[in-house]
Design a protein around this ligand. Structure first.
Ligand code: FMN
Length: 361
């Protein structure tokens, strides 16, 4: 049973995430320790050291996911987007999204909402709670989900640059309230509606009020996640502002990340869907089937170690097994997995079948 922890069953103590990485990361071709984001220097200089970032993804980028991607080489990983109203009401579930879990060295926290007063309070509270594990606070001005937009949050802010500016200033004020010098950044889209590009001008307005970097996703909000992401807008934003620009959209491989930087002049890039089942996207390594199975097992153990809902393992199975022989059969098997043991047994079965010829029996 190669995918079980070595001392499993010997104690009732949950296995720590550090131990999981210690046991599985090497076999998966990943790092056993997670490097901190550089602490000294300007944000631009710190991004230059390693410009590949793990994007915020609601429902995906939980602690286990962030650890996997950082063990793959991401310089920094963002939280899922976190509601400032949720933090205001002190919901444990919301705080759960914010607080990094050992051995995560640090985190970028993304906030969403529309009330500047709540942003001020949230920025201060997050900084107080996370201390030097908080690298930056990013404000979501990109989310196209109707539930978010109808409350004036996410991409709705692209239509309201003055209000968006008040939110940036409110976050800076909140940080100042608690003596924190953490950067405030914004994440935007090309525009709200197809054909109406606002990103360069909007980015300049945000930089003018103190945003320390701008991340831009080259799709219009009403494209959701469909169609091609326009890298031209990343370049236009680079030309419009003096702060570092982080490009996002269709960075599906290590070489695409290099291409985006070369073509747009952006300071850093964010990998989002390209990281699904692919922590090697941050190093450009080509994993073997054995490494992919080890990474899957590692990720499942990390879900358990971080107290995450195991339902997430189902999509992980699909992602890590993608492109393997008989992947559809194994994805189907994953549908009947309910416990960590079920998923590991599946990984064991895959391994026993021989990595190259994983015939179902
Ligand atoms: C499932 C999912 C959840 C996402 N959640 C967020 C989020 O919470 N905050 C955010 O700024 N962007 C979010 N995004 C957008 C990504 O960060 C990224 O900008 C976008 O997917 C474009 O990159 P890609 O084409 O490489 O996937 C999400 C994307 C996906 C697919």
């Amino acid at each position: 049973m190669p995918y079980r922890m070595s001392q499993e069953g010997e104690s009732d103590e949950p296995v720590s995430a550090s131990r999981v990485l210690g046991e599985f990361a090497t076999a998966a071709g990943l790092g056993t320790t997670l490097a901190a984001f550089p602490r000294e220097g300007s944000l631009a200089a710190r991004l230059r050291e390693n410009p590949l970032l793990m994007a915020p993804m609601a429902g995906v980028s939980d602690a286990a996911y962030r650890m996997m991607m950082r063990s793959g080489g991401a310089a920094l990983a963002y939280s899922e987007m976190v509601s400032v109203a949720g933090l205001h009401f002190g919901s444990d579930k919301t705080w759960e999204l914010v607080v990094p879990k050992d051995p995560e060295p640090d985190i970028a926290v993304q906030l969403f909402g529309s009330d500047p007063a709540q942003f001020r309070e949230a920025a201060a509270a997050v900084s107080e709670r996370l201390g030097n594990r908080l690298v930056l606070i990013d404000i979501n001005m990109a989310c196209p989900v109707p539930k978010v937009v109808k409350n004036g949050a996410g991409s709705a802010l692209l239509d309201e640059p003055e209000h968006a500016g008040r939110i940036v200033r409110a976050c800076l004020a909140g940080l100042e309230d608690v003596g924190s010098h953490v950067s405030v950044t914004v994440k935007i889209r090309r525009g709200r509606r197809m054909g109406e590009e606002v990103a360069p001008e909007f980015a300049r307005a945000m930089a003018d009020v103190g945003a320390a970097a701008v991340a831009v996703h080259g799709r219009f909000a009403n494209q959701l996640y469909h169609g091609e992401s326009d890298w031209g807008v990343v370049e236009r934003v680079v030309q419009a502002v003096d702060v570092p620009v982080i490009g996002s959209g269709d960075v599906t491989s290590f070489s695409a990340a290099q291409d985006m930087r070369a073509r747009t002049g952006c300071a850093a890039v964010m990998v989002a869907r390209g990281s699904y089942g692919n922590p090697w996207v941050f190093s450009g390594a080509e994993p073997t089937v054995e490494q992919r199975l080890s990474a899957f097992a590692c990720h499942v153990h990390l879900l358990e170690a971080t107290g995450a809902h195991l339902a997430r393992a189902r999509s992980l199975a699909g992602w890590y097994l993608r492109g393997m022989p008989h992947a559809a059969y194994w994805r189907n098997q994953a549908m009947s997995c309910h416990t960590v043991g079920d998923y590991l047994a599946m990984a064991d079965a895959l391994m026993e079948r021989g990595a190259s010829e994983m015939m179902p029996t």
